[in-house]
Design a protein around this ligand. Structure first.
Ligand code: AR6
Length: 177
């Protein structure tokens, strides 16, 4: 699904964050040490090759709500923005940390003149954040940031399951009305 807000485009799709052609940057749901891990991080590091971790290592550790940017190495994207989301039930206030991840990722995108970014549903896998609550924060944070964008033209939310895609699409349909 896609919705247009002025010149800005928000898209959703069911897919793999490690296979995003035509996007300047992809976002990693990282761990504090910026090591390979599983889920999104595992998929991105595997596809990017060992050069990604070599570039990440000196940038670690990062704290919940923080983000750092690296090259895309063997990925089809020029950049990877690594965000550390909150572990649900441990890093509080979780909503603030998650919001900061999206804010910081968008700031880094702007600073690097990035036009398009694909986000996974940060924190909603191994870190246990309920999908619907996390989706609301993701969508609202992007919407609030749009007026300040100078370079960004497109955000894509890449969801791993049909159910997750449905939740995002329902939320975006509400905005469309
Ligand atoms: N493409 C898109 N979405 C995916 C993919 C993929 N290839 N794989 C999983 N998802 P997670 P977190 C979905 O666990 O909760 C890592 O080991 C998944 O279904 O990747 O922030 C790190 O090293 C879920 O909806 O990230 C950290 O230790 C969402 O992406 C920890 O997990 C996020 O799941 C981070 O946990």
């Amino acid at each position: 699904m896609e919705i247009r807000i002025g010149k800005f485009l928000i898209e959703t799709e069911r897919g793999d964050i490690a296979n995003q052609q035509d996007m300047d940057a992809v976002v990693n749901a990282a761990n504090a040490a910026l090591t390979t891990g599983g889920g999104v991080a595992g998929a991105l590091h595997t596809a990017a090759g060992p050069g990604l971790y070599k570039e990440c290592k000196p940038l670690a550790p990062i704290k919940p709500g923080e983000a750092v940017i690296t090259g895309g190495h063997n990925l089809p994207n020029k950049f990877v923005i690594h965000c550390l989301g909150p572990v649900y039930g441990r890093d509080e206030p979780a909503a603030d940390f998650l919001e900061n991840c999206y804010k910081r990722a968008l700031e880094l995108a702007e600073e690097n003149k990035i036009r398009s970014v694909a986000f996974p549903a940060i924190s909603t896998g191994i870190f246990g954040y309920p999908l619907k609550e996390a989706a609301q924060i993701a969508v609202e944070t992007v919407l609030n940031a749009i007026p300040a964008f100078k370079h960004l033209q497109k955000i894509k939310f890449v969801l791993f399951s049909e159910e997750d895609l449905r939740v995002y699409n329902e939320m975006l349909s509400e905005i469309k009305k």
